[in-house]
Design a protein around this ligand. Structure first.
Ligand code: AHR
Length: 320
């Protein structure tokens, strides 16, 4: 007779213990995601906006962010990635300064079972499994948009000087190739000179000064791989006694506020957007990877183009 109540009693006690453990687990705060982010440096206003997006979004989400500024050196980025591995971060995020030379350190991350997200810039690798995914912009499409806009604006004619970004970087390679490919359709458009200003304002100004000396009045158009170099070139043109945006057409990429304002002021003619606001997408993806969910291998932003037809209206709502 008394065996039944005892069995009931132990079943009841077991259920109570399970419930207590469950509620204890529910009360234990979730460990914050630990993410290492290796940033290229601080070469441009675009880069500053990108860093702000990554830092403020991490703070909002309670992410333990290990941020490292590589000061424009790939070896610093590689060192940072190794240190993230040693610190046992959950996910590594890299904005790779150049396209090549990443395989060995990515293999180390893979061996440590730490997923890697590439953001902003792509890499060249024989083994696509070395990174989980890429989140950024389509640099080739940006170069194509700039060229097609110019062809229309200049009626397919003009001598172009090109200000390239950092040598070996994905945006410099892609924007250069796309623009060159696109203008083959317009035999009247010619690139008469092309040099790197390293995505920096001072670099753009210096190279433009040299172009103006070398080519004198033969320059009709500046194609700059980013707004900072375009703004530097505009200054060089003004200092040479000419009017940027009028005597020399300027087409550029990024769409930072200062460039859109320069379009409103008539100093720049066109900028193709390249949004730096990757924080939300990167961390949302990192959380999915940690949860073992599948994510798309490549995710691109949809970017717009600004010229005198829409710059003034766009300005008030721009965030970078
Ligand atoms: O990789 C994106 C490029 O890098 C931006 O166009 C440029 O401004 C930055 O420095």
């Amino acid at each position: 007779m008394h065996t039944l109540p005892r069995r009931w009693f132990s079943l009841f006690a077991g259920a109570l213990a399970l419930l207590a453990a469950g509620s204890l687990l529910a009360q234990t705060p979730k460990k914050p995601l630990k993410i290492g982010f290796s940033q290229t440096g601080a070469e441009s206003a675009w880069r500053t906006a990108n860093t702000v997006s990554m830092k403020t979004e991490a703070e909002k989400r309670g992410i333990d962010l290990k941020f490292s500024d590589a000061q424009s050196k790939q070896e610093n980025q590689i060192r940072a990635v190794r240190s993230f591995i040693t610190q046992g971060v959950d996910v590594i995020v890299i904005a790779p300064i150049v396209e090549t030379g990443w395989d060995p350190v990515l293999r180390e991350a893979k061996r440590a079972h730490i997923p890697v997200i590439l953001t902003d810039r792509t890499i060249k690798t024989e083994d696509e499994s070395l990174y989980a995914c890429f989140i950024g912009s389509d640099f080739y499409e940006e170069g194509r948009m700039a060229a097609d806009w110019l062809a229309k604006f200049a009626a397919g004619k003009g001598n172009i000087v090109e200000l390239q970004g950092t040598p070996g970087s994905a945006p410099a390679n892609e924007r250069r190739k796309a623009f060159a490919d696109a203008i083959t359709k317009y035999p009247g458009l010619k690139i008469i000179d092309s040099q790197s200003g390293d995505f920096r304002r001072a670099g753009g100004k210096e190279v433009m000064e040299a172009f103006l000396k070398k080519h004198s009045k033969a320059i009709d158009v500046v194609y700059a791989h980013n707004d900072d170099m375009a703004l530097g070139a505009a200054q060089a043109i003004e200092e040479a006694g000419l009017k940027p945006g009028k005597d020399i057409t300027i087409v550029t990429i990024d769409a930072i506020n200062e460039a859109i304002q320069a379009i409103v002021d008539g100093r720049i003619n066109c900028t193709v957007e390249c949004s730096p606001l990757f924080g939300p997408k990167v961390y949302e993806t990192a959380a999915k990877l940690v949860a073992g969910e599948k994510v798309p291998k490549k995710a691109y932003n949809k970017d717009e183009l600004f010229d005198s037809s829409n710059a003034a209206a766009a300005l008030p709502s721009r965030v970078y």
